[in-house]
Write a protein that binds this ligand. Structure first.
Ligand code: PLP
Length: 421
């Protein structure tokens, strides 16, 4: 099926006499008639539900829809995008391991990996997303276990060359993890270009209404972890907590997601609530329509800003003048996303003043919402970064991040016009 159809009809497939709409299985636990039946679930000898921290039918159906949209083999939901990125990396990295990461990833991911995971003994080399293939290869070490990047970086709007990153990762026998939050699977299919694992903050366009936090991890099934048992012992050697199960042997292409579910979710517990998964599914049903409007509106706003005499620069990959236009055309021919970053000639002070005059666009710590919203990354999402890190992340002090919503374009531009005046 086409992505538009999967958005609406994917996931929940009701049987005869079952509800047309995905039910919310608002239950922490599931009933069995024998102790043995339940025991088999704990031993991973049978599949089934027993406790919502590990799996829940509502969540699984929504994960399946996201899996189908990305073209993967298995997927899981998490409580937030942060949890998704954490699990995606921690599932294959442990103390003593190393990650290669693009410098322009979202501030929360940067913090998670370079500060929090560092305390767990996992080191990281931050690379320029525009580094040449050879420069990229220099960042790898013996203990490198994955490469991490974002399709379109939040908020630098850098479009990553997925094929270049995938080639470097694969030459060093590690998977490429791509955070596809901004593009969504409607606009970009990272697996088609060599990415192995995709993550999402479903809090953004997928939910689309600023209602529920959530995350997702999807495995393409293409990276053969079993080929490198010394690199990925967690997947390729017996897990004593499940009586010696070897994930790659028992679950094949499902090994990575199975391990993240039965081990990380069991022990760390960042499960999405079934209620949130239900809301996420409602959001997914219109994702294709909303993305089309977000992109059309953002394109019009970017063109308007580009010709405005108070605007110093505009960064939107849909503009032919943009540095990433060619990459965006290659990887996202249908459009990129609704987020634009721009700077005013009046600098940081001017940016803050202009934002306070906006009426329709609200100042919120959010992005990728149906409602137009703005944020000042240097004061908000990237506040923890020093000058040098801000520069590496592509965050200028005067940068305004504008998330263009799906209201009427005339009203969005009129709001910007009066605030700029
Ligand atoms: N990844 C990206 C690209 C994001 O923009 C965000 C949040 O803004 C996250 C991950 C973290 O997601 P969440 O806020 O759902 O934890």
């Amino acid at each position: 099926m086409k992505k538009e159809t999967i958005c609406i009809q994917g996931g929940w497939q009701p049987g005869n006499g079952e509800p047309r709409v995905l039910p919310i299985y608002q239950s922490t636990t599931f009933k069995y008639s024998s102790s043995e039946d339940m025991g088999k679930l704990f031993a991973l000898e049978a599949s089934g539900y027993f406790y919502t921290r590990l799996q829940n039918p509502t969540n699984d159906v929504v994960a399946q829809k996201i899996c189908d949209l990305e073209g993967g083999v298995a997927a899981m939901l998490t409580a937030s995008g942060q949890a998704a990125n954490y699990y995606a990396v921690f599932n294959i990295c442990e103390a003593g391991d190393h990650i290669v990461m693009s410098s322009t990833v979202y501030g929360g991911t940067f913090n998670l990996i370079t500060v929090t995971m560092k305390k767990m003994g996992i080191s990281c080399t931050v690379v320029d997303p525009e580094a040449s293939f050879e420069e990229l290869c220099e960042a790898f070490q013996e203990n490198t276990k994955c490469v991490m990047a974002e399709t379109i970086a939040n908020p630098a709007m850098v479009v990553i060359d997925i094929e270049k990153f995938a080639k470097a990762a694969h030459e060093h026998h590690v998977p490429l993890i791509i955070d596809n939050t901004f593009a969504t699977p409607v606009n970009c299919s990272p697996f088609q270009w060599g990415a192995d694992i995709v993550t999402h903050s479903t809090t953004k366009y997928m939910d689309g209404h600023a209602m529920s936090l959530g995350g997702a991890i999807v495995d393409s099934g293409n990276f053969d972890f079993g080929k490198y048992p010394d690199k990925f012992p967690g997947l390729c050697t017996p897990d004593d907590t499940y009586h010696g199960v070897v994930y790659t042997e028992k679950f094949g292409k499902g090994a990575y997601i199975t391990k993240a579910t039965v081990q990380l979710m069991r022990d760390l517990g960042s499960a999405q609530s079934p209620q949130n998964a239900f809301l996420l599914n409602v959001g997914l049903e219109t994702l294709h329509l909303r993305m089309e409007r977000h992109c059309a509106n953002a394109q019009a706003v970017a063109e308007y800003l580009e010709q405005h005499d108070k605007v110093a620069w505009v960064n939107y990959p849909g503009l032919p003048s943009n540095r990433y236009y060619a990459l965006a055309q290659k990887y996202m021919p249908r459009g990129t996303c609704g987020v634009i970053s721009f700077g005013l000639k009046s600098g940081r002070e001017g940016a803050e003043e202009m934002m306070e005059h906006l009426k329709l666009a609200a100042i919120v710590t959010h992005v990728a919402d149906a409602r137009t919203c703005v944020l000042h990354p240097a004061s908000h999402t990237h506040r923890q970064m020093n000058e040098e890190q801000l520069k590496e992340a592509g965050v200028a002090p005067e940068m305004i991040r504008l998330s263009v919503g799906i209201e009427h374009i005339d009203d969005i531009i009129a709001d910007l016009e009066q605030a700029l005046s």
